[in-house]
Write a protein that binds this ligand. Structure first.
Ligand SMILES: Cc1ncc(COP(=O)(O)O)c(C=O)c1O
Length: 337
């Protein structure tokens, strides 16, 4: 195993460029108050509501979007009801369902792409929630506006369609759905977002849902107090003020995503086109995949070996800067030559 001290961490889709510097300045002042309980001011909900042209009552915040996802399952899925998710999707959906002992059906992907047509055969009168990560983690692919609408207009409005948009700020494909306007048409749409990715606040744990008011009320009734810590609400509020940082990260990610994708493709790797801040590589041979993972680690680059999530023949690489990309390309080209 290589020296982990200098490791370049590209295994968890965090923001390679950190967070807006103004956030750090602002939360520094709060550190001396750690003996105090956090006061949830409601300001973050107000700011998000204004940004999305909804009411603060439509916003439910929580300690990371996984907590919000947990709240959705806990609040809406009764013991005899069921959940549908795609296979090869965000692993927490299964973990949350398991922790509440709820049954999950897995919709197949077609060639690493989530196809809504594969959801229909799994729907029954027990289906309560469908989770869709858009873009999908770990493949980075998206479901387009028309595909999503195809699902929404076909299914019962009693079924909640949770669209997890953890990476939506990175998307450049113009067919990506405007989920907020879809929600106006289909009130069973629940949008889940996070400050952990492009906002660079993964360590502070802040996520939220945008959902219809009666649904949001139910979720809030179930929520345990002190879901934010002393610092997180303030950090999110400041982060929302510095949208120029978000734009810069989006542009850098777009440039580096294209660069890494085409370099790996040209070197003969089976890499999936991504709309997020990571790339998915699929292999025929598990040993070859493990070897590449180890070779990168020897060069102090830690990527995600998806074996830990039950995907034996794939790797996921978070997009870093040009220097990190060149290191990866050099190492993988040498492997293939
Ligand atoms: C699709 C998706 N949703 C949600 C999350 C979790 O985000 P949070 O840090 O807000 O809990 C992740 C994290 O990797 C993710 O990939």
């Amino acid at each position: 195993m290589s020296n982990r001290g200098k490791v370049i961490k590209l295994n968890a889709n965090e923001n390679f460029y950190g967070c807006a510097p103004e956030v750090l300045n602002s939360i520094n002042h709060k550190i001396t108050n750690v003996n105090l309980y956090p006061q949830h001011s409601g300001r973050l909900e107000e700011i998000l509501a204004e940004k999305f042209s909804v009411s603060p009552q439509n916003i439910v915040t929580g300690g990371g979007s996984v907590r919000v996802i947990d709240g959705i399952v806990q609040t809406f899925v009764e013991p005899d009801e069921e959940i549908i998710i795609f296979d090869r999707s965000f692993v927490a959906y299964q973990q949350v369902a398991k922790s509440h002992r709820r049954k999950v059906h897995l919709a197949k992907q077609n060639n690493f792409v989530c196809d809504v047509n594969n959801i229909f055969p799994l729907i029954s009168n027990k289906t309560k929630v469908i989770f869709i990560a858009n873009p999908n983690n770990p493949t980075g692919t998206i479901i387009s506006d028309s595909e999503l609408e195809l699902l929404l207009c076909e299914i019962s409005p009693e079924i909640l369609v949770v669209i997890d948009e953890a990476y939506f700020e990175y998307v450049t494909d113009t067919t990506f759905p405007d989920s907020l306007s879809l929600q106006r048409k289909y009130p069973n749409v629940v949008i889940v977002r996070t400050f952990s990715k492009i906002y660079g606040l993964a360590g502070l744990r802040i996520g939220y849902a945008v959902l219809e008011e009666s649904l949001s009320e139910k979720m809030k009734q179930n929520r345990i107090p002190f879901f934010f810590n002393l610092i997180s609400e303030q950090a999110a509020i400041i982060a929302l003020k510095y949208e120029n940082f978000i734009q810069e990260c989006k542009v850098r990610n777009y440039t580096e995503r294209n660069y890494l994708y085409s370099s790996l493709k040209d070197s003969g790797f089976n890499v999936i086109e991504s709309q997020a801040n990571f790339l998915y590589l699929s292999f025929d041979d598990e040993q070859e995949k493990d070897l590449i993972f180890e070779k990168l680690l020897d060069r102090e680059i830690l990527i995600c070996n998806l074996k830990i999530f039950g995907q034996d023949k794939s790797l996921r690489i978070t997009i870093g800067n040009r220097e990190a990309n060149n290191k990866i390309i050099e190492c993988l080209e040498a492997h293939n030559s």
